[in-house]
Design a protein around this ligand. Structure first.
Ligand SMILES: Nc1nc2c(c(=O)[nH]1)N[C@H]1C(S)=C(S)[C@@H](COP(=O)(O)O)O[C@H]1N2
Ligand SMILES: [Mo]
Length: 344
């Protein structure tokens, strides 16, 4: 059992995690090359084993599904909500308007290095998600709207089966790692329109699950569970904001936030809340998990801004898997789509 790390608010802890150093394969190889000899080889072997094979990392996060009644879906002329079983929803057609502008991150590399504090403050959360049962799963949309919604994953996939798309997005964590991955989902705006917001709704609040029996860190830490996030209504309605149930053309792995998560590619990764339990239309800026813990480091807006330290310098980022370094762009390169939201 690995010790769960100390205070994640300590900037040093979050940037140079022991694990990040540990995972830096090039350093290990270099160290071996420098003549640490047998010790180096032994260390490398241990590192290989501890790191987990690609197969282990992926299998560790795969969601077990129970066969649902009639994946065939909706019976015409009934009020029954259409249903589609999880695996039949994938793959979805690619939305060709989006491309990474760099190499796609390897699927196992993305699955190996994840942030999911409900399970661990280490990055290898795939090791800690065994007990998590994200299927079946019910999600609710409510608050200041005319048509509150409640549906399970199969109803979601049945209702939006013609609208699911795959989009290639860049992702940027405030800790400065980045990835380029294909998400499957629908624009959040599509769902919100179905909920029919009242004019008083100015913000949207997202709340993750609270299941201390399945997510050990919800038992042991003082964090303000459940994880919560928020957007202004205009940010939530922006076409880039994607509500996703898949990645790499398959259902989300547990460590990526199965069964349903948000992806907000122009903001730091912590805004992209995982494993959503409910969505609420509200008339004020909501508190969020990270802004509650550290308002200065993680303010509500938290757009990717290379010139604003948060709290580390943010002008560069490195890619999972390859360690390739890129200059960080304003709004993570999505300024064309979102700059209008922030003009005075
Ligand atoms: N519920 C929940 N959502 C979360 C987090 C978390 O700890 N809990 N971590 C966030 C952070 S800091 C990042 S960078 C992204 C990481 O997404 P990934 O692990 O799928 O790459 O998820 C975000 N969503
Ligand atoms: Mo992050």
């Amino acid at each position: 059992m690995f010790a769960h790390r100390k205070n994640p608010l300590d900037p040093d802890a979050a940037t140079e995690t022991p694990e990040a150093v540990f995972l830096n394969r090039r350093k290990w190889l270099a160290a071996a090359g420098l003549g640490l000899g047998a010790a180096g080889i032994g260390g490398y072997w241990g590192w290989r084993r501890w790191r987990g094979s690609d197969e282990e990392v992926i299998a560790g996060g795969e969601v077990e599904t129970v066969p649902v009644q009639a994946a065939a879906g909706h019976r015409e002329g009934t009020d029954e909500t259409p249903r589609q079983s999880l695996h039949d929803a994938f793959p979805a057609p690619r939305d060709t308007r989006f491309s990474y502008g760099r190499a796609e991150t390897d699927r196992a590399d993305a699955a190996r290095y994840t942030n999911f504090y409900e399970f661990s403050s280490l990055k290898s959360t795939w090791r800690y998600v065994d007990e998590f049962q994200p299927y079946p799963w019910t999600i609710q949309v409510g608050g200041l709207c005319r048509n509150a919604l409640k549906f399970d994953l199969d109803e979601f996939h049945g209702t939006y089966s013609d609208e699911l798309v795959e989009r290639q997005y860049r992702h940027r964590c405030v800790e400065r790692w980045a990835m380029a991955v294909p998400w499957t989902g629908i624009p959040l705006a599509r769902l919100l329109r179905d909920a029919d917001p009242l004019p008083a709704a100015t913000h949207v609040r997202f709340v993750s699950f609270f299941r201390p029996d399945e997510a050990s860190q919800q038992q042991y830490t003082e964090y303000p569970w459940p994880y919560e996030e928020g957007l202004t209504i205009d940010e939530a309605m922006n076409d880039l904001t994607l509500l996703t149930t898949g990645v790499y053309g398959r259902p989300l792995l547990k460590q990526h936030g199965a069964p349903i998560r948000l992806v907000v590619p122009w903001k730091y990764g912590f805004k992209s809340i995982k494993s959503i339990d409910r969505i609420e239309l509200i008339d004020h800026e909501p508190a969020t998990f990270w802004s509650t813990l550290s308002p200065d480091a993680y303010p509500f807006q938290s757009n990717v801004e290379p010139h604003v330290p948060r709290p580390w310098p943010q002008d560069e980022e490195w890619m999972l898997g390859t360690n390739e370094v890129f200059p960080t762009k304003l709004y993570n390169g999505y300024a064309d789509q979102v700059a209008g939201l922030y003009r005075a």
